[in-house]
Design a protein around this ligand. Structure first.
Ligand code: 2HG
Ligand code: ZN
Length: 471
């Protein structure tokens, strides 16, 4: 299929820039969760923005669909390809240069294929902070992170990926390059196009580079893991920290007792850092730029008040950067541990922060009624109202039987989410997994505007087809 196009692409991209052997293409043709496996006509690995543009232009001339791909860590099939070998994957990994770090303007200009971790490390050496952190940051790439408007652990303090976005470079569906790599804090000159591409999941253009806002590095950082009786206690603890100093809260994460049990069971080196198992846990991280005052003493004071108020039954404060990292590992390995345990149905949902306890209670009841023996494993970013309401297959059930009921289970959760005025996708996007939900949740003028934008920018419908928008 597409022989003539492939020949032209081979000529344009050269040897390391194009893969056509099925074994070489395999890793790019399936997703991390194992939900989607397709067959590509070719996997392109361009090394420059111009090469991306040339490749996209050639594909458009031949009317061939293109699926952009970064680290391929998505949870909702945003980079899934069809099984008929008709689509071409454009992987951005070779656009991997940090272009500039400006510690005066506090900006980073970076290419799409740089991993989030590499970007964080680079700005750290320049004395700054890229305040975006997600569990898959070692593999996830800047382009994908922005295309999906990832959230992560520090949303409570710094917002989502789009809140850090100052400028973008994008290859449009016809192969034109839009250079919008501005680094201005104020720029009121018409529509804010960069925000159109952020969160569009590669359906309107391919992000090739971005300018992101940096933050000053906190000079004092403290983290603690606390045992809590219930999600309500976790929330009350959050209020306590907010009351003390909302700006100091870098992250405030929730884990269920069952969720942490799985991490300890499946992840080598993971162990319970507290005296006894609890129904739930909070991982709180505080940070301040000032060197005055004693953040550690403040944390201890809040925790001792929380003990007295009965909100926390036990807590451990990290004594070093290494201990802090091992507390974070317990939180960040939840996805991997759940994957090793078996089939899961994920619900990346958000509700107003105050409604999280009700969400957890009502959605658990619904799912347990629907599938007796289902294992409810909620965790996530309770400080911003985003919970990963994940459900694991009952122990005695076949994975395929469980997954056959995924729509029913998602609907049961989403019914509760909707009654609490929440969202069915908080930070993972829509991909192709959740497009059927768009009509119900975003129907009417909102979806119509999205369709019109798609038609205006991509009249041939070639860029990441069937993602985000229901056809
Ligand atoms: C996280 O917060 C990620 O660790 C993954 O968003 C969530 O596996 C998941 O459901
Ligand atoms: Zn998350």
């Amino acid at each position: 299929m597409h022989d003539e196009l492939i020949q032209k692409l081979q000529k344009t991209l050269g040897n390391p820039g194009i893969l056509t052997v099925p074994a070489d293409m395999a890793p790019y043709c399936e997703d991390w969760r194992g939900l989607y496996r397709g067959r590509a006509a070719a996997v392109l690995r361009p090394a420059t923005t111009e090469q991306v543009a040339d490749a996209v232009r050639l594909c458009a001339e031949h009317n061939v669909a293109v699926v952009p791909q970064g680290g391929n860590t998505g949870m909702v099939g945003g980079t899934a390809i069809t099984g008929d070998g008709s689509q071409i994957v454009v992987n951005l990994s070779r656009l991997n240069r940090i272009r500039t770090i400006d510690p005066i303007d506090m900006t980073l200009e970076v290419e799409a294929g740089v991993t989030l971790k590499a970007a964080q490390d680079a700005v750290e050496t320049a004395g700054c902070l890229l305040p975006l952190s997600i569990s898959s940051e070692g593999t996830a790439q800047i382009g994908g992170v922005l295309a999906v408007n990832a959230g992560g652990n520090n949303t409570v303090k710094y917002g989502n990926a789009r809140d850090l976005l100052l400028g973008l470079e994008v290859v449009l569906p016809d192969g034109q390059i839009w250079n919008g790599l501005r680094r201005l804090r104020k720029d009121n000159t018409g529509y804010c196009l960069r925000q159109l591409f952020a969160g569009s999941e590669g359906t309107l253009g391919i992000i090739t580079a971005a300018v992101m806002k940096l933050a000053p590095r906190p000079r004092q950082i403290e983290a603690a893991m606390c045992a809590v009786e219930s999600p309500q206690a976790a929330l009350d603890l959050f209020r306590k920290f907010q009351h003390h100093d909302p700006d100091a809260i870098l992250a405030f994460e929730y884990m269920s007792g069952e969720g942490l049990d799985l991490v300890i069971e499946h992840i080598p080196g993971a162990s319970l850092p507290l005296g006894a198992r609890a129904p739930g846990y909070v991982l709180v991280e505080l940070g301040v730029v000032r060197t005055s005052g004693d953040l550690r003493a403040e944390l201890e004071l809040i925790l001792s008040e929380a003990f007295e108020a009965g909100l926390v039954s036990d807590a451990v404060i990290a004594e070093s950067g290494q201990q802090r990292a091992s507390l974070w590992k317990l939180r960040e390995e939840h996805s991997e541990a759940q994957k090793r345990e078996g089939a899961s149905v994920k619900n990346d949902v958000s509700v107003p922060v105050s409604a999280v306890p009700e969400l957890l209670r009502r959605a658990s009841e619904s799912c347990e009624r629907l599938v007796p023996g289902i294992r409810v494993m909620p965790f996530g970013h309770i400080g911003d109202g985003n919970i990963h309401f994940n459900l694991l297959q009952p122990k005695e059930m076949q994975a395929s039987d469980f997954l056959a009921r995924d729509r029913e289970i998602m609907s049961a959760v989403n019914e509760v989410v909707q009654s609490l005025h929440g969202s069915f996708s908080a930070e993972h996007g829509v991909g192709c997994l959740k497009t059927p939900l768009m009509r119900h949740w975003r129907g009417g003028p909102e979806l119509e505007i999205m369709h019109r934008l798609k038609r205006a920018l991509d009249p041939q419908g070639l860029l990441n087809p069937k993602k985000v928008l229901p056809s």
